[in-house]
Write a protein that binds this ligand. Structure first.
Ligand code: AMP
Ligand code: MG
Length: 431
């Protein structure tokens, strides 16, 4: 039996040489995908100086002595709105131009904008705005949004290894980026094992049978993790059946094969032996964790299937209890998917345990937990109902509390690693 950290080292080692290639997609299609390269701005954004307010563009130096008693007076010689070309005026120093938010600043000495609420507007006999009175000085560039103030040419707008969020789409759209290079989505083949399993839609259960809850869980969770998941069905506990289904799976050349069940010590736990029969190498089988201890990872050492460079899929044989399956996905498969996507290891949050919690000594425990951040800081409560068959506590959980191997308890107040139930796609909220 190896430790969790040793298992992670093996998993990250298997990712080397199996990194997902990049592919170009339309910007909007990149949402949720992982960028494969840096993108820098080619332009100044904003592309031109423009007004931050609805108001009047004037020459700031002419307002230096403006006051309530002695207002500065300007003649309004034009009007510009967003989308209008740059206004060219006659150059007289007392000229003002009515300007709307987003309109380009007029050419020449008009270098500040006073908002419409801050001036007195004088109208001519036909009611047209003709002059304004300004009762305070303006600073040069007041209410002006400068060319290049948001992005300068060459400024990095997107780093490789970023999960694309709507905010990235907004930034890249403003830069005119129409296509982006993202990592190919890994294909994950999912197989359930267990003759007791029936499809989850089954209304009634025959004696001894249970519904397959983890296949739908894995398929939906994997799609959230950016993978393409393909389900190959549930097979009885029979190595022959497994070997048959594997032939079809291997033809589809997935990046990962994820099996559930049949990796423990029971009579029908055939996955390890069947994989060896198929020529695979078991990299480890059994990790010092709870739940999910009998977890197995395998691959084929030889180039695969025939091509000189192609590496084999990596097989994760995950125990069948639903919470063991969830832990296997979250703490083994997901780190592998991160590694092949070129992402750094996920950093945990840290929180204080709110009550003494017992645990088996020597095992790293991934416990269903609820984390809350309050005035007292971050606290994490280990939920009751930790057995790996119990799904109902997952409904109250929002996180996994990780209790390290040493000792048989974690005392209230101890600070532990906490991971959100599913990886945060919008970036960590901590260092
Ligand atoms: P196994 O890992 O095959 O020994 O299965 C451990 C326990 O998990 C058994 O009680 C199985 O009935 C149950 N189990 C296995 N696969 C599933 C599944 N897909 N959905 C729900 N329970 C399962
Ligand atoms: Mg089984």
């Amino acid at each position: 039996m190896i430790s969790y950290h040793e298992a992670l080292d093996v998993i990250r080692g298997l990712a080397v040489g199996r990194e997902l290639a990049g592919e170009a997609v339309a910007l909007e299609e990149g949402i949720g995908r992982i960028s494969a390269c840096d993108i820098s701005s080619a332009e100044c954004i904003p592309p031109f100086d423009n007004s931050a307010m609805d108001g009047f563009a004037v020459t700031a130096s002419r307002t230096r002595s403006a006051s309530v008693a002695a207002p500065a007076r300007f003649r309004v010689v034009g009007c510009v709105a967003a989308g209008d070309p740059i206004f060219r005026h006659d150059g007289t120093p007392d000229a003002a131009i009515e300007i709307m938010t987003g309109a380009a600043m007029p050419e020449g000495a008009l270098d500040a904008v006073v908002k419409v609420e801050d001036v007195e507007i004088l109208r001519d006999s036909r009611g047209k705005v003709s002059e304004i009175l300004l009762r305070r000085p303006l600073k040069s560039r007041e209410n002006v949004r400068g060319r290049g103030e948001d992005f300068r040419p060459g400024q990095r707008a997107l780093a490789a290894g970023t999960t694309i969020m709507p905010e990235h789409v907004m930034a890249l759209a403003s830069l005119g980026v129409a296509r982006i290079e993202v990592r190919r989505q890994p294909l994950v083949a999912v197989v359930s094992t267990g003759r007791e399993l029936v499809h989850h839609a089954e209304a009634t259960l025959a004696p001894g049978m249970i519904r397959n809850s983890t296949a739908p869980y894995l398929m939906t969770a994997l799609s959230r993790y950016g993978a393409r998941a393909k389900y190959y069905g549930a097979i009885p506990d029979d190595p022959g059946h497994f070997i048959d289904i594997m032939a079809g799976i291997l033809r589809d050349a997935p990046d990962v094969i994820l099996t559930t069940g049949a990796v423990s010590m029971g009579k029908h736990d055939f996955i390890g032996a069947a994989l060896e029969k198929l020529g695979a190498t078991i990299r480890f089988h059994k990790v010092a964790i709870r739940p999910g201890k009998p977890l197995l990872v395998a691959d084929w050492e030889k180039p695969f299937p025939a091509g000189p460079k192609k590496k084999s899929p990596v097989v994760f044989g995950i125990p069948g209890n639903p919470v063991s399956t969830a832990v296997g996905l979250r703490f083994f498969v997901e780190p592998y998917l991160r590694a092949v996507a070129g992402l750094p290891p996920e950093k945990p949050m840290r929180a204080k345990i709110t009550a003494d919690s017992t645990k088996p000594e020597g095992l790293r425990c991934f416990f269903k937990a609820r984390m809350l951040v309050s005035d007292q800081g971050a606290g994490v409560t280990v939920l009751s109902g930790q057995p790996s068959f119990m799904v109902s506590p997952m409904l109250a959980a929002n996180a996994w509390a990780v209790l390290p191997e040493a000792e048989n308890q974690a005392r209230s107040g101890t600070v532990v690693d906490v991971y959100p139930l599913h990886p945060a796609s919008s970036g960590a909220l901590h260092d």
